[in-house]
Design a protein around this ligand. Structure first.
Ligand SMILES: *Cc1c(COP(=O)(O)O)cnc(C)c1O
Length: 386
């Protein structure tokens, strides 16, 4: 396996034998096809004309005044589909097409990644099957309707806890059985090599744009970048362009409600030993912890291997932000700036507020990675909006 699948000993490709070959083929296709001018031209054309890139950077004046630090938002919620997911699904969809694959499969938890995959499947005319736990299908009806409207087949997974982990297993089995004509479109910077480095590559357009934009707007680079971390794709997509700069990285993990119910392996787990989970070596939540977050997009029990490495190197810090803190930031951003964020980036906003209160940095660039339409039911219940 290539060295580049390792992040300080995290990551790698820990899979059963039948998956070795298709993953090696995918790694080769990624390395050979993605750098070509033809691929890059098509990818960036579609990111612009289909996706709406570049997304702007916005200086949040009210929050800046209130928090006592300059707060800038990368407006990734304005990307087609309402979140950063399309950068990755478009990149992988085009790679699959160029590599001669004829169908896409994906797993989805809350349905956001499934929807972004279904959009690209429709646009590229590739038959698309989305594996989704039965429990999630019941909870996320609207996204199931969206995927079906877009022409994707939603396959219920009824084993085990009927959640995201089981959907991943079902998708991996499909991939092993149909590797010749199928691309498995993984939704975050997680899983076996080459997925973490491939998803980073496609999402790093976020940071490349933001680095230029904040220089223009603010005159210099920010002191720190802040992003929420589920699997870690929007965070690594923002951080990567700043890796050689004197810019600190902060990840907001879903601290849930207390020490027994969270999805925050880097900030709240007690065990220090890395584990092998879904094909990668990384950190996961403790055995006796219930996997939970108020935001469906963050309740993943592990984290992308590069984040585990960045923490170990001291290059990034990860902080748990609880459900209530995230909900408060969700409301504050809506009222102060007229932007309704998704509950996921509300965790990043809450962390930025804390960092500013501690006077750690003067300028913070926060990835506003999704919009809040999908969270209105939760908000209505919480804030008595009816
Ligand atoms: C899916 C999703 C996330 C979590 O995924 P990452 O890979 O950690 O970025 C966060 N925010 C939004 C809006 C999402 O849709």
């Amino acid at each position: 396996m290539s060295e580049s699948g390792q992040f300080e000993g995290f990551g790698g490709r820990h899979v059963p034998e039948p998956l070795e070959e298709p993953l090696e083929q995918l790694a080769t296709a990624f390395e050979e096809i993605v750098p070509t001018e033809r691929f890059q031209r098509r990818f960036h054309h579609l990111l612009g004309h289909y996706g709406g890139r570049p997304t702007p950077v916005y200086h949040a004046e009210t929050l800046s005044e209130r928090y006592g630090a300059e707060i800038y938002f990368k407006h990734e919620d304005l990307l087609h589909g309402g979140a950063h997911k399309l950068n990755n699904t478009l990149g992988q969809g085009l790679l699959a097409e160029e590599a001669g694959k004829e169908r896409l499969i994906a797993e989805t938890g809350a349905g956001q990644h499934g929807t972004a995959t279904a959009m690209v499947g429709a646009m590229l005319d590739l038959p698309t099957k989305i594996y989704m736990g039965e429990k999630d299908i019941e909870r996320q009806e609207m996204n199931v309707f969206r995927m079906r409207l877009l022409g994707a087949e939603v396959e219920p997974v009824t084993r085990g806890d009927e959640g995201l982990a089981e959907a991943v297993d079902a998708a991996l089995e499909d991939f092993a059985a149909n590797m010749d004509d199928t691309h498995y479109l993984v939704g975050s910077a997680v899983g076996p090599d080459p997925f973490p480095r491939m998803v980073r590559e496609f999402q790093s357009v976020i940071g490349r744009e933001a680095r230029e934009q904040i220089r223009e707007l603010h005159g210099e680079l920010p002191d720190a970048c802040v992003a929420c971390v589920g699997g870690g794709s929007n965070a690594i997509g923002l951080f990567h362009a700043f890796k050689n700069d004197d810019v600190m990285f902060y990840g907001a993990e879903p601290g849930g409600r207390g020490d027994a119910e969270h999805s925050a392996p880097l900030s709240k787990s007690e065990t220090d030993d890395p584990q092998v989970f879904q094909g990668m070596k990384t950190r996961i939540i403790d055995d006796d912890t219930d996997n939970h977050s108020v935001s469906a997009g963050l309740d993943y029990p592990a984290v992308g291997p590069e984040h585990a490495a960045l923490q170990e190197l001291g290059r990034a810090e990860y902080h748990g932000i609880g459900d209530e803190e995230a909900l408060a930031a969700f409301k504050e951003l809506s009222r102060a700036e007229g932007i309704i964020p998704a509950l996921e980036p509300a965790h990043a906003v809450a962390l930025a507020k804390k960092l500013a209160a501690e006077d750690r940095h003067d300028t913070l660039l926060v990835n506003l990675c999704g919009r809040g339409d999908k969270d209105m039911q939760t908000a209505a219940r919480k804030f008595d909006l009816d």
